[in-house]
Structures are given as structure tokens and as C-alpha cells.
Design a protein around this ligand. Structure first.
Ligand code: ZN
Length: 136
């Protein structure tokens, strides 16, 4: 079994932002030369998260609206006694910061409307993305 790891960085803008990282992940898979196995996509951050779903302008706003409804920025959070981003930690904790995809015949298996979206809840920042491809 081969293991290939590639790291990217993206820059977000605004407190909340969404960056479509599908092409970066596909680039890493191509570069790996691995045809069948698994692809792990991971953001090593406590205040960002990953969504696998449609990338459409209205839906982008809906994702952020729903996240802010579930995790309002100015809630009664203990963490905000020492920081100002408890809602971003909670969104990351509950949605998750990693996704795994099957890799079959050189292609990531995903639905037509499944894009890989990095959601920053505490931007603007530079965010790291780790793509690990395992297989042969
Ligand atoms: Zn914090």
C-alpha cells in the first residue's frame, strides 16, 4: 500500500467564509498516482470545518446562516471569557474537520452535487488542508 500526503493552504475572507477545495483534493489524488483506496481530507484547525455538499451561491449563504443559527456568535459561552470565538469551536466540533472518500479507478467517488467545502467560522485566516491518499 502506498501513502501520499499533500498539504495546501487557502486564505479566507470575512469572519465566516466558504472555500471550495474539491479541485485541490483532486489534484493531490492525481499527483499521488494512487488509483484505488481512500482519500482523507482534513483541516487541522479548531474553528474551521468541512462540508460535502452542493456549491451554489444561495446554499453557501444557507450553510452560514444555519451554522450561525445553531452556533450564534454572541451566545452565553464560557470560552468567550478568554477568547471571542466559542461559536466557531462549537461549529467545528459538531460538524467535524475531516472527511473520507472512496477512491476508485483514479476518481474520488462523490455525487454530482457533492463538492468539498472548507468553512471558516473564525476568519479571515490562512487555513491548512491536509490530503492523505492511501491505496495502490
Ligand atoms: Zn478560541
Amino acid at each position: 500500500m502506498k501513502v501520499f500526503v499533500k498539504e495546501y493552504t487557502v486564505t479566507t475572507s470575512g469572519r465566516e467564509d466558504i472555500v471550495n477545495i474539491t479541485r485541490l483534493v483532486e489534484e493531490a489524488v492525481r499527483e499521488s498516482g494512487i488509483r484505488n483506496g481512500l482519500v482523507l481530507v482534513y483541516v487541522p484547525h479548531a474553528t474551521a470545518l468541512l462540508i460535502v455538499n452542493e456549491d451554489e451561491p444561495g446554499l453557501r449563504k444557507d450553510y452560514i446562516s444555519k451554522l450561525l443559527q445553531l452556533f450564534p456568535r454572541y451566545g452565553d459561552y464560557l470560552h468567550n471569557r478568554i477568547d471571542d470565538n466559542a461559536n466557531a469551536h462549537l461549529a467545528s466540533a459538531f460538524v467535524g474537520s475531516a472527511r473520507i472518500f472512496p477512491l476508485v479507478d483514479g476518481r474520488i467517488v462523490r455525487g454530482t452535487w457533492q463538492e468539498i467545502l472548507l468553512v471558516d467560522m473564525d476568519g479571515p485566516r490562512t487555513r491548512r488542508i491536509v490530503v492523505e491518499v492511501l491505496g495502490e
